[in-house]
Ligand binder design. Structure first.
Ligand code: ZN
Length: 233
């Protein structure tokens, strides 16, 4: 097995990261996962990780053979910096700079840098993340040109040929559901509905066709709209 067939998936327990894990298990020979605990409001998403991983193994024996260790890193400094609706208890609004108040400045840059450091230690060469520049959020650290610049910095700074792969970058949420269906069929779609978590408010008390959530935060709106667009396509 070539080192270039090995991947580390940034795996939060959300819908996008579940599809990224299925993508990795389809295309790579050895796959490990990484989650971050940064005091986020919805710790519930972290609790979904274990269930998703466990059930993913039962979907496909080939996937079970490929899936290796799970890692979690604690990044409490993000909560110390604070000032975001995802970490504090602030309302979710649009700010003057056209970014939602859920934006955590530099978060993806930190995640990918820690991910690259772990990948280096683990002998993994491809970092896979669910960043996407197609949908509403417009987070500047989700854009491909940002990640290209970071990849260059990581390659130089770690003297290692690390690659950042973003299978969801140019597709919308409807296409993400379609991709899940292509990679893992109806069983994977069902697993993502039941066990993945996206809601910014961390609500798992309400079950909808598209999964659990409050039903009216931006993340739920996006997940619902994408699911309905895919279902009706
Ligand atoms: Zn919600």
């Amino acid at each position: 097995m070539s080192a270039h067939q090995t991947a580390l998936v940034l795996f939060s327990g959300g819908q996008d990261s579940a599809v990224c894990l299925a993508h990795a298990l389809t295309h790579y020979a050895r796959v490990e996962t990484l989650g971050f605990d940064y005091g986020q409001t919805h710790k519930i998403e972290l609790n979904c990780r274990a269930n998703l991983r466990q059930h993913m193994l039962t979907l496909n024996p080939d996937w079970a053979d490929k899936l290796g260790d799970d890692h979690t890193l604690s990044l409490p400094a993000l909560a110390e910096i604070g000032g975001t609706a995802l970490i504090g208890d602030g309302e979710i609004t649009m700010l003057d700079n056209d970014l939602p108040s859920t934006f955590v400045p530099g978060r993806n840059l930190l995640f990918l840098t820690y991910g690259a450091a772990l990948a280096y230690r683990r002998g993994l060469h491809v970092l896979i993340g669910g960043m996407c520049e197609t949908d509403f959020s417009g987070y500047p650290d989700c854009r491909r040109d940002t990640l290209d610049a970071l990849q260059l910095a990581l390659e130089k700074g770690m003297q290692s040929d690390i690659t950042i792969e973003t299978p969801l970058m140019y597709i919308d949420k409807a296409a993400t559901w379609a991709l899940a269906d292509r990679l893992g069929g109806p069983d994977l779609v069902e697993l993502i509905i039941e066990e993945s978590h996206t809601c910014y408010r961390g609500d798992r008390s309400q079950r909808h066709d598209w999964g659990y959530g409050c039903g009216d935060c931006p993340a739920c709106d996006l997940r619902q709209a994408g699911f309905e667009k895919w279902k009706n396509a």
